[in-house]
Design a protein around this ligand. Structure first.
Ligand SMILES: Nc1ncnc2c1ncn2[C@@H]1O[C@H](COP(=O)(O)OP(=O)(O)OP(=O)(O)O)[C@@H](O)[C@H]1O
Ligand SMILES: [Mg+2]
Length: 523
């Protein structure tokens, strides 16, 4: 990669300067943003879901045009009309939502705009060589460059999106929630790349809801609230508590109320349920009113276990029992699972079947149309009222229940996914990373909702990479490592250290057994 670091815009100069940037769709969502970025600087950009972070990034990277204000790059007017325009000037963006072409190979996705040619033919040998070199930078050495992107897990897809943006000239890189779907190892690889870019004088805007990451990578912090910049300062001036207050405008709650629950009869029992190469036989029970967590590193088989329970993958060992049934249940597909009263809220919004062009209300009622219909006709008023109810309950930032989901911010789309399944009203609810991409304040709204579901007698099984989250809300935590449940802890008997030790334990043995992999090539 070639990077310009010399000349008038050396370490002391200003690379990018924004003046009074504003954006209005139907209503204003961004206003009066002034910001300056210097080469080699890492700016953490944060704020609540819907505060305007992605919109500002898209304006800088040419994907959206500002309604007001001006931008200067190296002191020259900068008005990118498209992403391509911005990329020509070395301004690049890793988007929050994946943006790859699933039917093309990894190599083709990496070099989509610049496929190497030889006598007018695509030079496949060179393409493969170049792709391998780029993939090695982000630790994807073990993936064949000709694999179709659609066959990869979302974590790997995210890494490819990152690798693609490390190709060619780069002077400013915007990373919009790059780590939401990454494993610990991949996060480290990303941070190493950020250090390298920084040393080469590349400016970086880093968007994340994860405090510890912001403090680790950034020099400066900028906070958006309701589309306005309320802070632009050196990050060293702020404690974690200060940062939370800045991000959500108040101190975050420290606790949730789990009282008032009756732990009842078992709703779901696994007896040695497993699938060769993915999940070792797992035994587990979830009772009415109980919240059970599954901890483990990404890739430890947690998602695979949920998929077995939900019938998304076929179990080839063991049995599953529902309610107090003594005969094993047959669940061969997700629709069997739903019919048996099991819901699954996955981590993948797009895969979840969110209908982006439909309204919040329509997306919510989809799970249970009979709830908003009478004599077979859809009752618009009932559907709207339903949408409104969840907008209030989950704090979905939107104009009205009829607003299309495509117009919502990433975190608010995630809330719509959750609303749909809450409305579905299943006895057992499986959650995979329920608060991914959700801001710190809204996380507590979701925790309180989970507590309320448990009070209503539902059984919850929650996969999360955030140990503090699990320790806050669970009665019991099962830890998976290398495809196996290695330990189970009751509330009061766990510590962060004991959970972590268990999570790593399966990888410390010398034999190279197969592990389940959340990010592995899909079956
Ligand atoms: N195409 C659009 N039409 C109308 N409103 C939009 C459109 N795109 C975004 N918005 C609105 O702009 C506001 C800011 O959204 P943005 O995606 O920038 O938020 P964000 O800070 O990135 O949030 P998150 O943390 O959830 O990703 C939101 O209220 C959103 O609904
Ligand atoms: Mg966003």
């Amino acid at each position: 990669m070639t990077i310009e670091t010399t000349g008038a815009h050396g370490a002391g100069g200003v690379l990018l300067s924004l003046t009074d940037i504003g954006k209005t769709y139907v209503e204003p969502v961004l206003g009066g943003v002034r910001l300056q970025l210097r080469p080699g600087q890492v700016l953490a950009l944060t704020g609540e879901n819907g505060a305007g972070k992605s919109t500002l990034s898209k304006i800088i990277c040419g994907l959206e045009q500002a309604s007001t204000g001006a931008m200067l790059l190296d002191g020259q007017a900068y008005l990118p009309a498209s992403r391509g325009d911005a990329e020509k000037l070395g301004i690049r963006m890793v988007m929050q939502e994946l943006n790859l072409l699933p039917t093309l190979s990894v190599a083709e996705n990496l070099y989509l705009n610049q496929l190497p040619q030889r006598f007018g033919w695509i030079d496949r040998a060179r393409l493969e060589r170049d792709a391998r070199a780029q993939m090695a930078k982000v630790g994807l050495d073990d993936i064949d460059p000709w694999t179709l992107v659609g066959q990869l897990g979302i974590g790997h897809q995210q890494m490819i999106e990152i690798a693609r943006n490390l190709i060619g000239d780069c002077r400013l890189l915007v990373l919009d929630e790059p780590t939401a779907m990454l494993t610990h190892r991949e996060v480290e690889l990303l941070f190493a790349q950020i250090e390298r870019l920084k040393a080469a004088g590349v400016a970086i805007i880093y968007i994340s809801h994860r405090l510890e990451e912001l403090k680790r990578v950034a020099d400066r912090i900028a906070v958006l609230r309701d589309g306005e910049l309320v802070c632009d300062d050196s990050i060293a001036h702020y404690s974690s508590a200060d940062l939370v207050r800045l991000m959500v405008g108040r101190a975050a709650d420290a606790d949730i109320d789990l009282s008032g629950r009756n732990i009842g009869a078992p709703l779901l029992r696994l007896d040695g349920l497993g699938r060769k190469g993915a999940v070792q036989p797992a035994t587990l029970e979830v009772k009415a009113g109980q919240i059970v967590g599954i901890a483990g590193l990404i890739g430890s088989g947690r998602t695979e276990l949920l998929r077995l329970i939900f019938g998304a993958d076929r179990a080839d060992q063991g049995q599953l029992f529902i309610g107090d049934g003594t005969a094993p249940a047959r669940i061969d597909s997700p629709s069997d699972a739903v019919a048996a009263g099991i819901a699954m809220i996955t981590e993948d919004r797009k895969g979840q079947g969110l209908l982006l062009q439909q309204s919040i209300a329509a997306n919510t009622s989809l799970a249970r149309l009979d709830g908003v219909s009478s004599r077979g006709w859809l009752d618009d008023a009932a559907e709207t009222a339903l949408g409104q109810r969840y907008i209030e309950q989950l704090g979905i930032r939107s104009r009205h229940p009829g607003q299309t989901v495509a117009e919502l911010s990433g975190g608010n789309q995630q809330k719509v996914v959750i609303a749909r399944w809450l409305y579905r009203d299943c006895a057992v609810m499986l959650f995979d990373e329920p608060t991914r991409g959700i801001d710190i304040g809204a996380k507590f709204d979701i925790y309180n909702l989970l507590a309320e579901l448990a009070r209503q007698g539902k059984g919850l099984l929650i996969v999360s990479s955030d140990l503090r989250e699990l320790m806050l809300i669970c009665d019991r935590i099962a830890v998976m490592s290398a495809g196996r449940i290695v330990d189970t802890f009751e509330r009061g008997a766990w510590s962060q250290d004991s959970l972590l030790a268990a999570a790593f334990s399966g990888y410390l043995q010398t034999h190279g057994g197969t592990s389940g992999a959340d990010n592995a090539v899909a079956a």
